[in-house]
Design a protein around this ligand. Structure first.
Ligand SMILES: [Ca+2]
Ligand SMILES: [Ca+2]
Length: 404
């Protein structure tokens, strides 16, 4: 697929002022060269059953990072749980990836996509219905009728939203968001599995460097509000800035009101977050969990921010994950480390038993209390992410609650 020329993107930016976004969405998508959202995810619920996701050993199951977080003390090398109490990650665990979009056609990601059930299923147009410009007149599914069927303010938002172009196809041409999504929940169908294969990824695109006219902060804020309003349990935001913003803090607080945990990058300036600004990582709000990156020897990377305000460290050096156009490759940074913590948070949420319900404070507490101390001289508040130790804390609480 060819990347859309910048000139074209800017041209289409002007379409934002048209009265109806739905009328131009399909045309915009086609002009941008984005692939269609695969028909298999629309209205065919039988293929989206969690049991259909096989945790088969992918070709790249031995990457250092999964071993480093203790993944292979919970799962064997064939990705089967060692303890029979451990269940595969649940489709009902919804993780919003607020990023550059996702390659939603990637074999290892297509089955990991959250599907907005209010925008799929059979749809029969009433007599006299005239399809808006750019809408398929033969469409017989809610996902392609140009109508906001679930009345959430977005027409045909089947898998999420592209806030940069205001369309329902949040495709990733950069690779950042696809890489993050793979670390969290790649399904292993083709090449790799994530920490929480089986969880649902809600795709929210707030950033596209080929569209320099976009307001990234505003699109980020809209993405956080969308995630909170549409059922996300956890938000992964592998980004940030050095200045705080009132609108962003308000969105973080709104997500908190909905019980949503926001896992976010400490930043890649190589400095202490106790002394310098990094937002949203540094907001003193309890649903923020900020993450530094370490290498395969568990040393904090020179580029990673650190300090007492950074909650956890996780692998973030030369990390293997999914890339657009069916690709796979290595990237480095606190962005990748953030995704490991998000994957672990989603995994813990999926393990909650009948005596414990989802509570972002508890998930955060198990992750931070279960962390291991770090050899690095750079301070991280709680240390290194450990999946088995955090799971142990969850099980202990589950056993305690069931006795009382
Ligand atoms: Ca909608
Ligand atoms: Ca619709």
């Amino acid at each position: 697929m060819n990347q859309a020329p910048i000139k074209l993107v800017i041209t289409f930016w002007t379409l934002f002022t048209f009265p109806s976004v739905a009328q131009t969405a399909a045309e915009k998508m086609s002009a941008l060269g984005y692939p269609a959202i695969p028909a298999s995810i629309r209205g065919e619920k039988s293929t989206r059953n969690p049991n259909s996701i096989g945790l088969t050993a992918p070709a790249h199951s031995g990457d250092w990072a999964l071993a480093d977080i203790g993944f292979f003390r919970v799962f064997n090398p064939l990705f089967q749980a060692i303890d029979p109490k451990t269940t595969p990650c649940s489709k009902s665990t919804i993780v919003a990836v607020v990023d550059t979009g996702i390659d939603y056609t990637h074999a290892d990601l297509v089955d990991a996509l959250w599907v907005n059930q209010g925008e799929v299923g059979q749809w029969a147009p009433q007599a006299g219905w005239v399809p808006p410009a750019g809408i398929d007149a033969l469409c017989r599914d809610r996902s392609c009728n140009g109508i906001d069927d679930d009345a959430n303010g977005f027409a045909d938002d089947v898998i999420g939203w592209d806030f940069v172009h205001n369309i329902a196809a949040p495709y990733d041409i950069i690779g950042h968001g696809s890489h993050i999504a793979g670390i969290i929940a790649a399904t292993g169908r083709s090449q790799m599995s994530g920490v929480c294969s089986g969880a649902s990824i809600m795709t929210l695109k707030y950033y596209d460097p080929t569209n320099p006219g976009a307001n990234n902060l505003s699109n980020l804020v809209r993405s956080i509000h969308y995630a909170a309003a549409n059922g996300a349990d956890i938000i992964n935001f592998s980004g940030g800035g050095v200045e705080p913003a009132e609108s962003e803090l308000k969105a973080v607080r709104a997500a908190r009101e909905m019980g949503v945990l926001i896992v976010t990058a400490a930043g890649n300036q190589g400095r202490s977050n106790d002394l310098f600004g990094s937002y949203p990582a540094n907001y003193p709000v309890d649903n923020i969990l900020s993450v530094a990156s370490v290498d395969s020897e568990n040393k904090v990377l020179p580029s990673s921010n650190y300090g007492q305000r950074v909650h956890l460290a996780a692998p973030g050096s030369e990390i293997l994950s999914t890339l657009p156009q069916g690709g796979l490759g290595r990237l480095t940074g606190t962005s990748q480390a953030t995704a490991y913590v998000t994957g672990a948070a989603a995994f813990l949420m999926s393990q909650l038993g009948k005596h414990t319900s989802y509570d972002y404070i508890k998930i955060k507490s198990w992750l931070t209390r279960g962390a291991k101390s770090l050899p690095s001289p750079k301070v991280i508040a709680h240390g290194l992410l450990s999946l088995p130790d955090s799971l142990k804390l969850l099980r202990a609480e589950e056993a305690h609650v069931s006795k009382n």
